[in-house]
Design a protein around this ligand. Structure first.
Ligand SMILES: C[S@@+](CC[C@H](N)C(=O)[O-])C[C@H]1O[C@@H](n2cnc3c(N)ncnc32)[C@H](O)[C@@H]1O
Length: 258
C-alpha cells in the first residue's frame, strides 16, 4: 500500500513547522516536488533545505517532477481559467503516479510539501485524489496541517482576522475589485501579483490595510495603515523584497473603517 502524506510546511522557515509535520517528514520515503523551471527553482530549493534541516536520516529520495506547462492565465476568463487548471492537475497527477510506480512500486510513503496549509489555495489534496482515483494505485491519503500565510499575517500584525461577530472573506487578487463591498467584512487577499487593492482606492481610500511579504523568512516585511496613505510604501517594499530574493510572496487584509 502507498501512503501519500500531504504535509503543510508553513511559510518556509523550520520555525514554522509543527511537530506533527516534522514526524511526517521523517516517515517519508519519496518526496515529489514540482519542477516549475529555472524561474521558480527557489521553491524546490526551499523545500529541499527544509527536509535537510529536520530529517534525521538519509533514507529518503527527493525527486523533482517536471511540471506541465499551463501557459498564461492573464487573458483567460473564469471558466477558461478553471478548465486550464483542471487539465493541468490531471497531467500533473499522471506524472506523479508514473513516478511513484517507477520508484516505489506498490509500497512506501510519498510526501508532498505544501507551503502554508494544504486547505488554503492549494491543489495538492485534489491531485493526490486524482493519483488515487485515476492512477491505478492502491493508496491512502493523510493530511498534516501547516501554519498558513494568513495565520502568520494576523499573528505578525497582532490582529484577529475578523471584528467581533463579523465575517471574514478570503479571495484572490484577480477577483478583488469585482467582488469587493464593505459588507463582506474583513477581506484577506492572496495570490495578488500586482496589488489589485489599488483599484479600490478611488471608492474606498479609508480602508485599513495590513500587508506582509516574505512572512516567516529573515527579510519579512510588514506595513499597515490607511490604504491611501501607505500604498506607495507597500509598492516600494514589494519591489525591494522582489529585488533582494528574485521573487516575492505577499498577502494582505483589508478592514473597513469604523
Ligand atoms: C498558492 S497560495 C498558497 C497558500 C498557502 N497554502 C497558505 O496556506 O498560505 C500562494 C499565496 O500564499 C501567500 N503566501 C504564501 N507564502 C507566503 C509568505 N511567506 N509570505 C506572504 N504571503 C505568502 C501569497 O499570497 C501567495 O500568493
Amino acid at each position: 500500500m502507498i501512503t501519500i502524506l500531504v504535509i503543510g510546511i508553513g511559510t518556509g522557515s523550520p520555525d514554522q513547522l509543527t511537530t506533527e509535520a516534522v514526524a511526517a517528514l521523517n516517515r517519508t520515503d519519496l518526496f515529489l516536488v514540482p519542477d516549475k523551471g529555472a524561474d521558480k527553482h527557489h521553491l524546490a530549493t526551499l523545500r529541499r533545505e527544509l527536509c535537510e534541516s529536520v530529517i534525521d536520516h538519509d533514507r529518503y529520495r527527493f525527486i523533482e517532477v517536471p511540471d506541465p506547462v499551463r501557459g498564461s492565465d492573464a487573458d483567460r476568463g473564469s471558466a477558461a481559467y478553471r478548465a486550464a487548471v483542471v487539465g493541468w492537475h490531471a497531467e500533473r497527477a499522471r506524472r506523479y503516479a508514473a513516478t511513484i510506480r517507477d520508484l516505489l512500486g506498490a509500497d512506501g510513503t510519498v510526501g508532498f510539501l505544501v507551503l502554508g496549509d494544504p486547505s488554503l489555495y492549494d491543489s495538492t489534496i485534489r491531485i493526490a485524489e486524482s493519483i488515487r482515483d485515476d492512477g491505478g494505485l492502491s493508496l491512502k491519503i493523510e493530511v498534516v496541517p501547516g501554519i498558513s500565510s494568513l495565520s502568520l499575517l494576523a499573528a505578525r500584525h497582532r490582529i484577529t482576522l475578523n471584528r467581533v461577530g463579523l465575517p471574514v472573506h478570503v479571495t484572490t487578487g484577480r477577483r478583488l475589485v469585482e467582488e469587493y463591498r464593505p459588507e463582506l467584512g474583513d477581506v484577506a487577499v492572496m495570490l495578488d501579483g500586482s496589488l489589485h487593492c489599488k483599484g479600490l482606492l478611488p471608492e474606498y481610500p479609508d480602508l485599513t490595510i495590513y500587508w506582509g511579504a516574505q512572512l516567516g523568512l529573515p527579510e519579512e516585511v510588514l506595513i499597515s495603515g490607511r490604504l491611501a496613505d501607505v500604498i506607495d510604501s507597500i509598492e516600494d517594499a514589494r519591489s525591494a523584497a522582489r529585488a533582494s530574493r528574485g521573487w516575492v510572496l505577499d498577502i494582505y487584509l483589508l478592514r473597513p473603517s469604523g
